[in-house]
Design a protein around this ligand. Structure first.
Ligand SMILES: [Ca+2]
Ligand SMILES: [Ca+2]
Length: 260
């Protein structure tokens, strides 16, 4: 007997880069701000069979390919990059304030506050007051990502945004519980051992195509045969934003590849 179910909660990102050229001998005539353009979108369903019971897990993979050029090539954030530009969490106005201390603060949500006790096994004393039991007001740093994507579904001829950022993660104490966007960190575009420091040291124009794979069991149940589009933008290490690009209208079926 084959059991079959949709993976509703787990979203996996992967990025494939190809055709990316360090155009060292080109004149540096490209602007230092990144420029992107739509290339193509592809969809396929991946079926994994797990265990001796033959449990099937069905996941949709939506792959967005886009052209990119940047005059100084500073594209990419390493998963471990931190600091004022790239930290995931900042404190509004740099002040560390406990939940309930200021009447004007919003009610508790898991994206507006961080629980010290949720940070590791024994908690992390983020405000240095000698205990790890506080709940502190935070702000999520938009610049922690360098790739931003929004999804729109056409309903009765009008596009409405479908916000994946609002889908709650399972209740397991993870701080960023309300945040499962497809926004992400494109890694540093270099084959060197330490790619981010390599691109910082060797500024030069780059051109190429990035293929960005998004996996979710939600795509097919949510989008079905609807007409959809994506709107996306990237940002370089100097926090220059690219132009905003809108894909053509498509359906998962029209973008389908390798379908039986
Ligand atoms: Ca740049
Ligand atoms: Ca504390």
């Amino acid at each position: 007997m084959n059991l079959s179910f949709q993976k509703h909660y787990k979203i996996i990102l992967s990025i494939t880069l190809f055709g990316l050229v360090m155009a060292c001998n080109r004149p540096p005539d490209l602007p230092v701000e990144p420029t992107i353009g739509f290339n193509k979108v592809e969809f396929k369903e991946i079926v994994e069979v797990i265990g001796s019971a033959g449990v099937e897990i069905r996941t949709g993979q939506l792959s967005l390919s886009f052209n990119i050029s940047d005059g100084d090539g500073d594209i990419g954030i390493d998963g471990g990059d931190t600091g004022p530009d790239f930290d995931f969490v900042t404190y509004p106005n740099g002040e560390i304030v406990k939940f309930g201390e200021r009447p004007e603060d919003p009610p508790f949500t898991c994206v507006d506050y961080i629980r010290e006790a949720g940070e590791g096994d024994n908690g992390l004393d983020l405000n240095g007051n000698g205990n790890a039991t506080d709940t502190l007001r935070i702000q999520l740093n938009e610049d922690r990502f360098n790739f931003f994507i929004d999804f729109f579904v056409k309903k009765n001829g009008t596009y409405q945004e479908l916000d994946f950022r609002r889908i709650p993660e399972s209740a397991n104490g993870i701080t960023l519980c309300g945040e499962i966007p497809f926004d992400s960190r494109i890694p540093c575009l270099s084959n060197e051992d330490d790619p981010c420091s390599a691109i910082s040291k060797n500024a030069g124009p780059i051109e190429g195509v990035i293929k960005y794979d998004m996996k979710s069991g939600l795509f097919l149940p949510i989008f079905r045969t609807d007409t959809i589009k994506v709107v996306f933008q990237i940002q370089d290490r100097a926090l220059h934003r690219s132009n905003v690009v809108e894909s053509p209208d498509f359906t998962l079926q029209s973008a389908g590849v390798d379908q039986p």
